[in-house]
Design a protein around this ligand. Structure first.
Ligand SMILES: Cc1cc2nc3c(=O)[nH]c(=O)nc-3n(C[C@H](O)[C@H](O)[C@H](O)COP(=O)(O)OP(=O)(O)OC[C@H]3O[C@@H](n4cnc5c(N)ncnc54)[C@H](O)[C@@H]3O)c2cc1C
Ligand SMILES: NC(=O)c1ccc[n+]([C@@H]2O[C@H](COP(=O)([O-])OP(=O)(O)OC[C@H]3O[C@@H](n4cnc5c(N)ncnc54)[C@H](O)[C@@H]3O)[C@@H](O)[C@H]2O)c1
Length: 479
């Protein structure tokens, strides 16, 4: 058994861990980066990048399908599933390659391969070969797809998003369970690529939306294109003749049963805090097994242990993993001088088409008990000029503002090019702009951003009327 004494140990060489390693070494701390599986990060290997590559292929197929409405007739479309997957994997490997080059530049003496688990607050057992004694530790262990026991009967036909990006060709049919970001992004992309797809939701949630009006519109718009069913529960899943036979029950008790090449469980991801000996740290744990931590410093309690990225499940997206990793690494590096780091305004984007995005304060948080009422403005994209020009006139944007100050608080949307609209609005929230100040900004013509202006004008009017103006949608927020 080897023994290693370091200032900082970082567990996990994903986006958060790499960011933490760089920050800690910047402070001159002797740091070791421990990886239990593969270098290359979830984002590059089986996350953001391959999913967007698959979606890009799907968008190309969809453009051909939409072309005749413009009087453009591309002829017979042939989707070569093998070529689609080859490009996804080739480009994915290129992105992974960049990460690996970065890892190669880290001195060998700073890297350890092996699963790490705490044996005490300052000690880690790595694989069966090394004991690390660390002054401080950063937990950056990421997350793993959730496995549902009631789907286990589907055997080898039960997959997670990880498996999709190792396919050699496209299957004929897939049942997707879950209408979160993964289920909708992959479900729509596969459907556009000619795969028979059924997407089943347990309840009524749609991606990260909580505004009931936007949620309803998103469900309607997406269901126009894909076979999307809400309020379904699993009756059984079996493996028969190389296929999965999935039986689902709807809210009225009606059962539907069909064979699929695969059942894709997109039912959330579990932070990797199990099996790392967290119980030996002495940290106070929440009900979900994650240590209590300060989201400004990433410090767990008042301890020498920090947490970052998907492992803390606060905002499980890539830019947050990078930010949190930096904050955790900075604080571990200069411990005990622990300082708050830069946290940005929340921003999430689901790359469905239309895109679904949220930013700033969500409708749900604004509706929390004890919160003051807030003004709401909205625009439908149904008749929005540029959206209609592009035949992408579907969706709804709702924007929120504070009574009295007129400060812009946040927005939820499904709409054309929402990935860009969401950035624009998130920057306004972070700059603490008022709705009036936003309306003083330039808007070109004809652009989708003119829809944003319509919503902001509506919000300005709502704020001017004051808190007596009740929201017509006043109802329970979604998930
Ligand atoms: C299909 C999919 C699509 C996504 N698309 C987007 C997107 O478009 N935009 C976006 O912002 N986000 C997206 N995400 C989310 C994003 O990928 C994650 O939030 C991000 O990669 C998390 O980074 P991380 O460093 O926390 O975890 P990871 O990159 O998973 O790193 C954790 C590392 O820790 C290692 N590890 C775990 N336990 C141990 C242990 N005990 N000992 C040693 N090593 C250990 C793991 O092997 C892993 O290498 C997507 C995710 C998925 C699954
Ligand atoms: N574009 C992006 O930024 C992007 C893309 C993909 C993934 N991600 C990240 O990955 C994370 C995980 O994505 P996800 O879609 O798996 O999770 P999610 O939490 O977004 O959605 C999970 C879905 O599964 C359903 N579900 C949960 N438990 C279930 C059960 N027992 N039975 C049936 N249905 C159940 C939920 O109702 C929900 O519809 C997201 O939180 C997101 O942060 C981000």
């Amino acid at each position: 058994m080897k023994n290693l004494k370091v200032d900082v140990a970082v567990i996990g060489a994903g986006t958060a861990g790499l960011s933490a390693y760089r920050a800690a070494t910047h402070h001159g701390a002797r740091t070791v980066l421990i990886e239990g599986a593969q270098y290359g990060t979830t984002c590059a290997r089986v996350g953001c990048m391959p999913s967007k590559l698959l979606i890009a292929a799907a968008e190309a197929a969809h453009a051909l399908k939409a072309a005749p409405s413009f009087g453009v007739h591309p002829g017979d479309t042939r989707i070569d599933g093998r070529a689609v997957m080859e490009r996804v994997k080739r480009e994915r490997d290129r992105f992974v390659g960049f990460v690996l080059e970065g890892v190669d530049r880290i001195p060998a003496s700073d890297k350890l391969l092996g699963h790490a688990r705490f044996t005490g607050p300052h000690t880690l057992q790595v694989g069966d070969h090394t004991v690390v004694e660390a002054g401080r530790v950063v937990i950056a262990t990421g997350s793993t797809p959730q496995r549902l026991p009631n789907l286990a009967g589907a055997g080898s036909r039960l997959i997670s998003s990880d498996d999709v990006f190792y396919w050699d060709e496209l299957p004929s049919s897939v049942a997707v369970l879950g209408t979160g970001v993964i289920g909708l992004e992959l479900g729509q992309a596969l459907a556009r690529l000619g795969v028979r797809v059924s997407v089943f939701a347990r309840g009524g949630s749609v991606a990260q939306l909580s505004d009931p009006q936007v949620l309803r519109e998103a469900a309607r718009v997406l269901a126009e294109e894909i076979d999307l069913g809400f309020q379904y529960s699993v009756v059984s899943a079996t493996e028969e003749d190389g296929q999965a036979v999935l039986t689902m029950r709807d809210a009225l008790g009606k059962e539907v049963s069909a064979p699929y090449d695969y059942v894709l469980a997109a039912t959330g991801r579990r932070p990797n805090v199990d099996g790392i000996g967290i119980e030996h740290t002495g940290l106070a744990l929440r009900e979900d097994g994650i240590p209590h931590f300060n989201p400004q410093t990433m410090q767990c309690g008042t301890s020498h242990i920090f947490i970052a990225g998907d492992a803390d499940n606060e905002r499980p997206v890539l830019p947050e993993a990078a930010d949190q990793g930096k904050i955790a690494g900075d604080n571990a590096g200069r411990y005990p001088d622990v300082r708050p780091g830069l946290r940005r305004v929340p921003l999430t984007i689901a790359f469905t088409e239309p895109n679904i995005a949220t930013l700033g304060a969500s409708y749900k948080t604004l509706c929390a008990p004890g919160k003051p009422k807030f003004g709401i403005g909205k625009v439908s994209f149904d008749n929005q000029g540029r959206s209609r020009v592009m035949l992408q006139n579907r969706g709804l944007l709702r924007v929120y503002g504070e009574y009295g100050t007129g400060r812009f608080l946040g927005a939820e949307m499904i709409g054309p090019r929402a990935e860009h609209l969401a950035h624009l609005l998130a920057w306004a929230v972070q700059n603490r702009m008022t709705v009036e100040q936003m309306l003083e900004m330039p808007f070109y013509h004809p652009v989708v951003e003119e829809g944003v202006r319509t919503a902001l004008r509506d919000l300005a009017a709502s704020i001017a009327k004051g808190a007596g103006d009740t929201d017509p949608a006043d109802s329970e927020p979604g998930t």
